[in-house]
Write a protein that binds this ligand. Structure first.
Ligand code: ADP
Length: 261
């Protein structure tokens, strides 16, 4: 805070008042700082894959193209980097839409357990990795009002993270419980975990515990930031709990449809 004081004087020269103007500079400075940091992050995140691609393309031009095995490998790298860059730009577009005032969410009454079952079924069908899914779901129907596309994206992101940071043969546990007027979802893995001091930061834009590892796994560092904004836009809350080297649980709560309460 910054305060400017002016003394109000009578004609006689005696002070009879004080005007204090208090500016909240910290908030404005904070916003400016965050914006600068965001632009710097975006530039850095885009420059990294571009520099990698440039050096691989140069190597191809300098002769690697003659060696079929090497050429295939180098083209593979540039392709993966391109795909990651597309994901990054898509994530950035999503965030910019979330930031805009006319952001729309399309809430629909949905049977929540049914909805989650079909998401997990899809992951089980497309098993690319040796991971087992365990479900602890309550009996009966619980209705929520959600934007299905957006919540699908949130859950996809949490499950993809759980898979990315899990060992071969790991178990991902999906729990749903009713808590009063809310429905709570917990998605746990047996992966690398997150150190306690970093837990609250994983929902920040571009924050990653291990930058190099996230990049190698194709991450953008924006998934959980988008998830948090989407959950909050639907009246919910999201947080994480973790034991370093033991696993991670992402929790989120959503309000049940008021019509049933
Ligand atoms: P990324 O694209 O890097 O996965 P996210 O926003 O989805 O970005 O996640 C941010 C960071 O949080 C990740 O880089 C990782 O360090 C950490 N993280 C997220 N989920 C998990 C998990 N299930 N296990 C371990 N670390 C995780």
């Amino acid at each position: 805070l910054r305060a400017n004081f002016s003394v109000v004087k009578k004609d006689s020269g005696l002070a009879n008042g004080l005007i204090a103007v208090i500016h909240d500079v910290t908030e404005q400075e904070q916003v400016d700082m965050e914006r600068r940091e965001f632009v710097a992050n975006v530039s850095h995140e885009l420059r990294t894959p571009l520099t990698t691609m440039k050096s691989y393309l140069e190597a191809l031009q300098d002769g690697a193209v003659e060696d079929a095995a090497l050429a295939t490998k180098f083209l593979g790298v540039t392709q993966r980097e391109t795909e990651r860059m597309i994901r990054l730009v898509n994530d950035l577009l999503q965030l910019s839409r979330l930031d805009s005032k006319d952001y729309k969410i399309n809430l629909e009454r949905t049977d929540y357990v049914d909805f989650c079952e079909s998401i997990i079924d899809r992951f089980e069908m497309s098993k690319r990795q040796n991971i087992e899914f365990v479900r602890y779901f309550p009996k009966g129907s619980f209705y929520v009002r959600i934007d299905r596309d957006k919540l699908t994206q949130v859950i996809d992101n949490i499950i993809s993270n759980a898979m990315k940071y899990s060992p071969e043969g790991g178990i991902i546990t999906f729990r749903i419980t009713r808590r009063g007027r809310n429905i709570r979802t917990m998605i746990s893995d047996q992966g690398v975990g997150i150190p306690k001091e970093n837990l609250s930061k994983i929902f920040n834009r571009f924050y990653r515990v291990d930058r190099a590892r996230s990049r190698k796994l194709g991450g953008t560092g924006l998934g959980l930031a988008i998830a948090k904004e989407m959950i909050e836009a639907q009246g919910g809350e999201i947080w994480a709990e973790s034991d370093w080297n033991r696993g991670t649980t992402i929790h989120f709560v959503l309000p049940l449809d008021r019509r049933d309460n």
